[in-house]
Design a protein around this ligand. Structure first.
Ligand code: NAP
Ligand code: MG
Length: 501
């Protein structure tokens, strides 16, 4: 086992260059917290069924926690099979009587209204998201919220143009969609699911993740404000059993699932003997490929953004770094120094770069896999940042000397942990990048457009970014290959998942 303290590495850097430079640690910033009071949370929330908040049939509730403190934020309802049945029946009535018969232009008006209300309540929603998920407020404010609104705006524009979307002259909605989402981008994933489904004329039953239900419940309030007809969207909080009941309900026409490959596989097995439609957005182990001619300062920022954005709780995270051997030492040196500058701590602080790990269970999984990294002989560099005493935290970590057989190179860690490998030729880079069961996203860094295109054509991944990473846009399709799932969300392609074409 070899563990390198970051500080040592910077000292080596200094002596090598024979220069008098002080250690480039994190700059001191005064606290700049956003106010938690903006969240205006209620002590408890019911289920949103048929246009109103209702008590769950068994009156069971559970607490959703703030992962930065481990303290409860609010009580939410646990939906069971009966509640799922009520929600699906309400969605069916709304589909038959209102939504599928309404003109696209009318449906579009509701979507525009929802988009504007998300914008109006963006500050509140960003705080709710940060409290419930642990992500830095800078990210919820500048990425999750604007993108969630943008998805509704984008698909609002499609609602009256479906005849011209390239799916035939009069594409029809599928019916009632059951939608199950994870905890890493709670509101954004809800928007990715709801906006195209509604634009295409479907009605929805949405199940948010157990650890991050709050922004979906505020969204339910927004749907009420927008006077969306009752039953068009139903929101059921609960655990995996709620999701399972939704998948099993005979009244569902389509399941859209984003989450782990394990649960995705279970769902696919359950639906195999039915005529329900299915789209799966699953895990990933994205390769970020750096060629020696790429501009190194941009590369370092791109790598950092690719893996430490949202604590690495990103399905398409650039968690496998492939660097051309000739620049590998230099890239590692700079990365290790940059990681030490990341500010880890209070997610509500506007200066925070890396927030809390979403749950105790996720923290345990990250710890287990990183322990394997050391056991299997990789060299570990851990940020020297001081972690808060309460809540769930993990220091940003880089592993060098990683080989393709290591668990940290093969399994999705879903945390702030980067595994670095090297390559010599473009062919080797492509072979190593494709040596995974996943196929969600990759990045390529090079000055040469022809090389980037040559590599991109050979990568087996749904998305390839060139000289950037984690770039999302509602107009652009996103989705996986192989064990990262099938179906696309975003763009014109995202409509196809909700139309009988
Ligand atoms: P997960 O455990 O699969 O959970 C996802 C959702 O499914 C949650 O709402 C969960 O409820 C629910 N669920 C659990 N068991 C179920 C069952 N048997 N039947 C139906 N639903 C069930 O995944 P996660 O840990 O929340 O999310 C992390 C995973 O999602 C990672 O692998 C990540 O790569 C993937 N992800 C993929 C994308 C993409 O677009 N490809 C985007 C984001 C995340 P509970 O929360 O109550 O367990
Ligand atoms: Mg929570």
């Amino acid at each position: 086992m070899r563990t390198c303290e970051l500080t040592n590495l910077v000292e080596i850097d200094v002596s090598e260059n024979n220069m008098e430079i002080s250690r480039l640690g994190a700059l001191a910033y005064d606290p700049a917290p956003e106010s938690a009071a903006l969240a205006k949370l209620q002590p408890s929330y019911g289920l949103f069924i048929d246009g109103a908040f209702t008590d769950p049939s068994k009156h069971q509730q559970f607490a959703t926690l703030n992962p930065a403190t481990g303290l409860p934020l609010a009580m939410v309802a646990q939906a069971d099979v009966r509640d799922v049945d009520h929600a699906v029946k309400a969605a069916r009535r709304a589909y038959d009587n209102v939504w599928s018969t309404m003109s696209g232009a009318e449906r579009g008006k509701y979507l525009f209204r929802i988009a504007r209300l998300i914008q109006e309540r963006a500050r509140e929603l960003a705080v709710v998201e940060t409290l419930d998920n642990g992500k830095p407020i800078r990210e919820s404010r500048d990425i999750d919220l604007p993108l969630a609104a943008a998805h509704f705006f984008y698909y609002a524009g499609w609602a009256d143009k479906l005849d011209h979307a390239g799916f035939g002259s009069s594409p029809q909605p599928i019916g009632v969609a059951g939608q199950i989402i994870p905890w890493n981008f709670p509101l954004l994933m809800a928007a990715w699911k709801l906006a195209p489904a509604l634009a295409a004329g479907n009605t929805c039953v949405l199940k948010p993740a157990e650890t991050t239900p709050l922004s979906a419940l505020i969204l339910a309030e927004i749907l009420e404000q927008a006077e969306l007809p009752a039953g068009v969207v139903n929101i059921l909080t609960g655990d995996g059993s709620t999701g399972s009941a939704l998948v099993a309900h005979p009244g569902i026409d389509k399941i859209a699932f984003t989450g782990s490959t394990e649960v995705g596989r279970l769902i696919q097995e359950r639906l195999a003997s039915t005529d329900k439609r299915l789209t799966l957005e699953l895990g990933g182990k994205g390769a970020n490929i750096v060629f020696e001619d790429a501009p190194i300062d941009e590369v370092v920022e791109g790598i950092i953004d690719g893996i430490f954005f949202n604590q690495g709780h990103v399905c398409c995270a650039g968690s496998r770094l492939l660097v051309q051997e000739s620049v590998a030492d230099e890239v590692l040196r700079r990365l290790v120094r940059r990681v030490d500058q990341l500010r880890v701590g209070d997610p509500l602080d506007k200066n925070t770069d890396v927030g809390a790990i979403n749950s105790a269970a996720q923290l345990e999984k990250i710890r287990e896999l990183t322990a394997y990294g050391e056991l299997e002989g990789a060299t570990r560099y851990t940020s020297s940042c001081r972690l808060p005493d309460t809540g769930y935290w993990f220091s940003p970590t880089i592993f060098a000397d990683v080989s393709q057989s290591h668990r940290i190179a093969r399994e999705e860690i879903f945390g702030p942990v980067l595994s670095m490998l090297t390559f010599r030729t473009p062919e080797e880079a492509v072979a190593k990048a494709n040596n995974t069961k996943y196929g969600l996203a990759c990045g390529v860094w090079s000055e040469k457009g022809s090389r980037t295109l040559w590599v991109a054509e050979r990568l087996r991944a749904g998305v390839v970014w060139a000289n950037t990473y984690n770039r999302f846009d509602p107009t652009s399709p996103f989705g996986g290959m192989r064990e990262s799932g099938f179906g696309r969300e975003g763009g014109r392609h995202g409509l196809e998942a909700y139309l009988n074409v």
